[in-house]
Design a protein around this ligand. Structure first.
Ligand code: CAA
Length: 261
């Protein structure tokens, strides 16, 4: 495959076990055109299969994480082609990643940019970040999860306000609402997100995968089903050597050595 043009992929962290994916279309505020999203999907798939990588960070630049789907690419689209090609359907490549994905959001996370961040597992924000779903201002509605994930993550009132008005919320407001877990000075953000990725990458990849799957189920199903699945996945950890190693290491007062088996 050819090298991507609109994203940059680096292996970072002390052990180079964290992938840093930088959206790199700054002149268009990282508008998520087809080429960028297709490059992102390809990169995420290959990082997901790369045994050396334990976590993935997606970031943009200090002005924009991403200002949404590419409006200029959409202007002349017809209903029949958006339906026929299942436009935006391929964005699920982001939420399909089995490894933890951290969004490090500086600047604008708007429309599809915000939806991309919400497809990630953890959102860290820079103090100047702004989040919103301004689609209503251009005569459309969110199409990559905005109307579904906002209410699940922050409750209905804020979700409705943002989707119906295009109002934006600050990093601190997004944190208060539960969308974002931590806020950092803009220039510290990516480093902190990578540190978080390194901490996750220290754990057993097998167990991390099960843990991510369990938490995500909380947004997909009933409490009874979710708790049932959680217990089964917990039982499944007992089929791994890493579970035995983790508990043995605790009992023997030493650090565990994961073998991903
Ligand atoms: N698509 C295409 N180009 C975009 C873009 C987008 N979503 N957002 C910004 N750009 C381009 C601008 O057209 C401009 O390009 P030119 O220099 O060629 O004119 C460049 O990026 C810089 O943008 P501005 O000059 O507008 O910068 P600003 O600082 O004045 O404003 C902004 C910043 C408020 C984010 C403004 O750019 C803006 O409102 N952008 C659109 C936001 C939006 O509506 N996003 C939702 C898109 S629809 C969607 O995402 C659907 C979905 O659910 C998937």
């Amino acid at each position: 495959s050819t090298a991507p043009e609109m994203i940059k992929v680096e292996h970072v962290g002390e052990k180079k076990n964290v992938a840093l994916v930088t959206l790199n279309r700054p002149k268009a505020l990282n508008a998520l055109c087809n080429q960028l999203m297709s490059e992102l999907a390809t990169a995420l798939k290959s990082l997901d299969d790369d045994k050396k990588i334990g976590a993935i960070v997606i970031t943009g630049n200090e002005r924009a994480f991403a200002a949404g789907a590419d409006i200029k690419e959409m202007v002349n689209r017809e209903f029949s082609e958006t339906l026929g090609n299942n436009f935006l359907g391929d964005w699920t490549a982001v939420s399909d990643v089995r490894k933890p994905v951290i969004a490090a959001v500086n600047g604008f996370a708007l429309g599809g940019g915000n939806e991309l961040a919400m497809m990630c597992d953890i959102i860290y924000a820079g103090d100047k970040a702004q989040f919103g779903q301004p689609e209503i201002n251009i005569g459309t509605i969110p199409g990559a999860g905005g109307t579904q994930r906002w209410p699940r993550y922050t409750g209905k009132s804020l979700a409705m306000e943002l989707v119906l008005t295009g109002n934006k919320v600050s990093a601190q407001e997004a944190k208060d609402a539960g969308l974002v877990s931590k806020v950092f000075p803009a220039d510290k953000l990516v480093g902190e997100a990578v540190k978080l990725g390194e901490k996750i990458a220290e754990q057993s990849p097998l167990i991390v995968q099960l843990a991510k799957e369990a938490v995500n189920k909380a947004y997909e199903t009933t409490l009874a089903e979710g708790v049932h699945l959680e217990r089964r996945l917990f039982h499944a950890t007992f089929a791994t050597k890493d579970r035995k190693e983790g508990m043995s290491a605790f009992a023997e007062k030493r650090k565990p050595t994961w073998t991903s088996s």
